[in-house]
Write a protein that binds this ligand. Structure first.
Ligand code: AMP
Ligand code: MG
Length: 492
């Protein structure tokens, strides 16, 4: 396979491109082609997403697809570009950023609706700053698997269609190899896109962007007397629900800068993320986050802070500060309600009662005090109603007295609930499989030796995380001791 882009453009069979972001005009991006990688190979293909999109399977397995999804092939009908955005990073205004290593090929009309297709790691762009425009195999596999893990958990996210690799060397803390992850999303627009046009005084473009987002993704806001305040409120509500979802599964994002916040309320830009092993509310998953700004228990407040930045950016359009503040207020009611609903489902409670809040808080306190494995606790709790099931939950705690008091409270609350209904709800809400760091790490180590079976096995498990998948107990077990020593930092 030649590294040079082939000059006759190839189509994706059966699917048409429609590039609405590109139609916004050149103030929003720079058009450019990906930079090819030498001798690409497949790392993994997400057949489930390909089917959803309506990609033809034989084509998806072809050399043509491999070249296209590595950025080695011009694409007929696409308008590749890198978009410009700005953002607040670690609480500070960082000024202009942009797609430094992500190239948007365009928007595909798929069986799943319009989906933008982005190649992450496909070479330098005018926004690469000090970076090389590349992504390494390790981080690409992590993004690929975690996107699909979130989807499997029913949590809004950008998707990942495939990963391709190349032996091209990429310098990080050590020398690694390059990879490209193909991501899809209805839109990759971030809070930072709005901040960019607002803070640079480009208010016409700010309005164009807001109108595009409203008309494409939030059409109901158009009915409001103040569509831009309505947009802020809608984004606040989606973000609140997203935070509730993250907290409920023990997901830490790690880099919640405003340029990593999706205007659609999707999980986006998987970097140093982690699913909690032992429950530690103050857990910091990003090795570079020395202050713990993005610790697990800070995420809901950080999201609110980020929404304030978005509100500030939208002020030239909203005009009345009071309206912006009122729109942001909704976060404060939607987040706790959404979190309680998620936690009630995890407890197998189909209806709400006033005492549920205490029951949930007490569960969190016990888990934190004994640093109990978060995912295993909830999965075991699905069988709490059987004597044996109850014992294996109890075994997780050192503080048996504390646990017994909580278990009594919980049993009383469960008494009127139909057991079948409760178990069914819990088994669909408490995953058996999450992408723990050590699982990703094992698959990555094998992939570095060109054995991609671990990546594919994890993909299968994580896409259906509530199913048993007999024979995979080790993927559902406690992390090994070495897992605590895995260090993951920002851009890689
Ligand atoms: P992140 O924290 O990964 O979301 O990245 C923050 C910013 O740095 C974004 O604007 C990225 O496009 C850019 N960036 C990260 N890594 C690279 C890289 N290897 N080359 C170029 N730009 C990068
Ligand atoms: Mg980013």
């Amino acid at each position: 396979m030649n590294a040079v882009i082939m000059d006759s453009p190839a189509a994706i069979p059966g699917l048409a491109w429609n590039n609405r972001f590109a139609a916004l005009g050149p103030d929003f991006f720079t058009e450019l082609q990906p930079t090819p990688l030498p001798s690409p190979y497949w790392v993994s293909r997400n057949q489930a997403l390909a089917r959803e999109m309506g990609l033809e399977q034989p084509w998806f397995e072809s050399q043509a697809a491999l070249a296209l999804f590595t950025g080695n092939q011009l694409v007929q009908g696409a308008r590749p570009l890198a978009s410009v955005y700005s953002g607040h990073q670690f609480g500070q205004w960082a000024g202009q950023l942009g797609d430094g290593r992500a190239i948007l090929l365009g928007e595909l009309e798929t069986a799943n609706g319009p989906q933008e297709v982005q190649l992450k790691g496909a070479g330098m762009t005018p926004y690469s700053r000090m970076g090389d425009g590349r992504a390494v195999l390790r981080s690409s596999i992590r993004e690929y698997l975690c996107s699909e893990a979130m989807q499997g958990l029913g949590i809004p996210t950008t998707r990942a269609l495939c990963v391709t690799g190349s032996d091209a060397r990429v310098r990080r803390e050590e020398i690694e190899t390059a990879a490209v992850v193909t991501r899809t999303s209805p839109s990759f627009i971030r809070f930072g896109h709005f901040e960019h046009f607002s803070y640079s005084g480009q208010h016409e473009q700010l309005k164009t962007l807001a109108d595009f987002v409203i008309d494409s993704f939030y059409p109901a806001c158009r009915e409001s007397a103040q569509p831009y305040a309505a947009l802020l409120q809608a984004v606040s509500e989606r973000t609140a629900k997203l935070m509730a979802a993250w907290q409920s599964v023990g997901f830490c994002h790690g880099v919640m800068n405003t340029d990593n916040m999706s205007i659609l309320g999707l999980t986006i830009d998987y970097g140093p993320f982690q699913f909690l092993d032992a429950f530690d509310p103050g857990h910091i998953c990003n090795h570079s986050d020395t202050q713990g700004r993005y610790a697990y228990n800070k995420q809901p407040n950080i999201a609110y802070w980020n929404l304030f930045c978005l509100g500030q950016a939208l002020l030239p359009l909203i005009e009345e500060q009071e309206q912006a503040l009122a729109a942001l207020e909704s976060y404060k009611t939607v987040f706790p309600q959404a979190l309680e609903a998620r936690m009630r489902a995890k407890l197998g409670l189909p209806d709400a009662r006033p005492e549920d809040k205490t029951l949930i808080e007490n569960a969190f306190k016990l888990l934190a005090a004994d640093k109990v494995d978060y995912t295993i606790f909830w999965r075991r709790l699905c069988h709490f109603h059987t004597p044996q099931g109850h014992e294996v939950v109890r075994d997780l705690f050192l503080d048996r007295v504390g646990y017994d008091a909580w278990a009594l409270q919980y049993s009383e609350r469960l008494a009127p609930v139909d057991i079948g209904l409760q178990a069914d709800l819990m088994l669909k809400t408490n995953p058996r499989y999450v992408l723990r760091n050590h699982l990703g790490e094992q698959a990555i180590q094998a992939a570095k030796l060109k054995d991609f079976s671990g990546v594919n096995t994890l993909l299968t498990l994580l896409q259906a995380p509530f199913e048993e998948h007999p024979g995979h107990d080790s993927h559902a077990g406690f992390p090994p001791d070495w897992a605590a020593g895995i260090e993951i930092s920002c851009s890689s």
